[in-house]
Design a protein around this ligand. Structure first.
Ligand SMILES: Cc1ncc(COP(=O)(O)OP(=O)(O)O)c(N)n1
Ligand SMILES: Cc1ncsc1CCOP(=O)(O)O
Ligand SMILES: [Mg+2]
Length: 218
């Protein structure tokens, strides 16, 4: 049985793959983040990842087990067949991935679906599609973690997207601890980050700051 979506899962959303933690063990990093209190984990293994498809599947099984033990949703990025093979709790797709309507039909209610929207036009279209659980919007600030990132949205742009969206929005892209409160003040349900957690020297403090910033959002 997969975990059902609720917007509080977006409060401290960790996105990470092997490419983001060179020289480290992704399982160890994710377990530390779970112990620190993340509310969602997205398995986004791509780009310079050196894993074979079978290795990616095997690692995904291990990561899902760790998330399940912590009652934290395990979300797969992009790859519908991998998400189904892992019985993931959710999948996240972007505007350049499989069409979200196709993904919704393919997963047929087996998992929740998140969609990337970085413009008002994309949000308006998403509002018309039944079944989308949440929206990921960004990059809010410049990022070095995604080579093909869209233009920077900024806090003012994010506020406009929140006002237009009928689904909860999680902000992503270049978010640092000093920006958590200004990001939360736009009305988003939370922040999704790679570097801020993956490179943290004090994960309990970092994740705690994410949770504190969104403490009174729900
Ligand atoms: C929570 C969240 N928001 C946005 C993204 C970006 O997705 P996408 O635009 O498909 O880009 P890639 O991550 O696939 O490079 C995300 N992954 N998660
Ligand atoms: C996956 C993704 N989508 C938009 S920006 C981004 C990268 C976020 O990484 P970081 O938190 O290190 O900027
Ligand atoms: Mg994608």
């Amino acid at each position: 049985m997969t975990l059902k979506f609720n917007r509080n899962q977006l409060r401290a959303y960790f996105v990470c793959g092997t490419q983001d933690v060179p020289g480290a063990n992704l399982e160890t990093v994710v377990q530390s983040a779970l112990d620190a209190g993340i509310t969602a984990y997205q398995y986004r293994d791509k780009g310079t990842s050196q894993l074979t498809p079978n290795e990616r599947l095997a690692l995904g099984r291990q990561l899902h087990q760790r998330c399940a033990a912590a009652n934290v949703p395990f979300i797969v990025d992009d790859d519908v067949e991998l998400a189904l093979a892992l019985n993931a709790d959710g999948i996240h797709v972007g505007q350049k991935d499989d069409r979200v309507t196709t993904v919704l039909q393919r997963v047929a209610g087996q998992m929740f679906v998140g969609l990337s929207c970085s413009t008002l036009a994309e949000v308006a279209i998403a509002n018309q599609i039944r079944g989308i659980a949440y929206i990921g919007s960004g990059p809010i600030f410049p990022t070095t973690s995604k080579a093909d990132a869209d233009p920077v949205v900024g806090l003012a742009g994010l506020k406009q997207l929140v006002a237009r969206s009928q689904r909860p929005i999680v902000a992503i892209g270049g978010i640092t601890e000093s920006q958590l409160r200004p990001v939360a003040a736009t009305g988003v349900a939370g922040s999704a980050v790679i570097s801020m957690i993956a490179r943290s020297t004090d994960m309990p403090r970092t994740v705690g700051a994410m949770l504190t910033a969104t403490a009174f959002q729900s």
